[in-house]
Design a protein around this ligand. Structure first.
Ligand SMILES: [Cu+2]
Length: 174
């Protein structure tokens, strides 16, 4: 049982390394020394310690058999995010702010606005002075309707509802 779990962790580690590195040096891969192969085998069999196994991985990285080129600049992962137009959003005296009021997302992410209010709203992009821009402009959204926009550039983007212009929200893309 112990042996099986150790073999599994070897597989998981090797898999993780190959995801991170993206580039195993194929030319150098021919030159993997016997002791490295034996260390991997013996670690799987529980003969050598985890420290020795990790030293072997370190050796492969230091000798550029495994080339790690994606650790320095992690690529931001685009996500699917949502902004809710809550019930009571239309009411200027209420607290029905967009939720979240300032959505922070990685570049390339898609935002979906959902109207959970009892009356129609729209989503119009505006500049910092409050003037409508053409970046995204939804049709009127009835209760339950959705509108989405993908943010391909970094920046701070404002929007409002032209029916209820006191409702202003932000999307911060980085
Ligand atoms: Cu509105």
């Amino acid at each position: 049982m112990k042996r099986t779990s150790k073999t599994m962790s070897v597989l998981v580690l090797v898999f993780a390394v190959s995801i991170v590195s993206l580039s195993i040096n194929v030319a150098n891969a021919q030159a993997v020394p016997e002791w490295v192969k034996n260390t991997a085998l013996w670690y799987g069999e529980g003969i050598v310690s985890e420290g020795e196994f990790l030293n072997m991985i370190k050796f492969l990285i230091e000798n550029e058999v495994i080339v790690i080129d994606s650790l320095m600049e992690p690529v931001p992962q685009a996500i699917d995010a949502q902004v809710v137009i809550p019930n009571g959003n239309y009411d200027v005296t209420g607290a029905g702010f967009y939720s979240p009021l300032n959505l922070e997302i990685p570049v390339g992410s898609t935002v979906t606005w959902v109207n959970d209010d009892s009356v129609p709203h729209n989503i119009q992009s505006i500049d910092l002075e409050g003037k409508v821009t053409q970046l995204f402009n939804s049709p009127p959204l009835n209760t339950g309707d959705r509108f989405e926009h993908t943010f391909d550039e970094e920046g701070v983007f404002k929007y409002y509802c032209s029916f209820h212009p006191w409702r202003v929200g932000l999307v911060t893309v980085s």
